[in-house]
Write a protein that binds this ligand. Structure first.
Ligand code: ZN
Length: 188
């Protein structure tokens, strides 16, 4: 979304570019303006949308609610895995340096760390080191984990077990979404 905003050469895009070029974190007010602008496009208005990994703090969640008002999110999914598992997944993650396809040390590409899709070199990202991962998890506990209570109190939270093969987790997600839609259907 940040890249698209910069490409659009809007006033907002210029602001985003300043932060990105300076290697700085884009502040919440600017981030939410970018998200709000995107959610106003005809496709998101007619078909709906999924936000992945956003909001990441209570402050962002408050800003998001204001931008969406009077519309509300239908549901918030907490894809839950134990911290141990998060560490194993992140520390073992490897990424294609050409096409960004994601692998894991337990499931490498077929030939000698060359990408199955494009033949590019599959490497460990700089921010997937143990030190960086520990910092990210601390940040998650401090800033993002409080969102679980935040959305629970608002009756929007659905927790889905994120352990196991991806197709099983995907099935659980679909079921959770269907259940939530049925509940909403019987309410109205
Ligand atoms: Zn690749």
């Amino acid at each position: 979304m940040f890249r698209a905003a910069v490409r659009s050469e809007s006033e907002l895009g210029a602001k985003v570019k300043e932060y990105l070029d300076g290697g700085e974190l884009v502040p919440d007010e600017v981030t939410i303006a970018v998200v709000g602008e995107r959610l106003n496009h005809p496709d998101t208005r007619s078909r709906g949308f999924i936000l992945d990994g956003f909001p990441r703090s209570v402050q962002q969640a408050d800003l998001l609610a204001k931008v969406l008002d009077p519309v509300q999110l239908d549901m918030v999914v907490d894809l839950h895995i134990p911290t141990e598992e998060a560490l194993t997944r992140l520390a073992g993650r490897r990424v294609c340096s050409t096409c960004a396809a994601i692998y894991h040390v337990s499931k490498p590409p077929k030939y000698d760390w060359n990408c199955d899709n494009c033949g590019g070199e599959v490497v460990q990202r700089d921010d997937d080191t143990e030190e960086a991962i520990r910092r990210r998890l601390e940040l998650y506990e401090a800033q993002t984990a409080p969102l679980i209570d935040y959305y629970f109190e608002r009756g929007m939270l659905v927790t889905v077990d994120g352990l196991g093969p991806t197709d099983e987790v995907a099935d659980r997600l679909t079921e959770a979404i269907d259940r939530q839609r049925e509940n909403r259907g019987t309410q109205s």
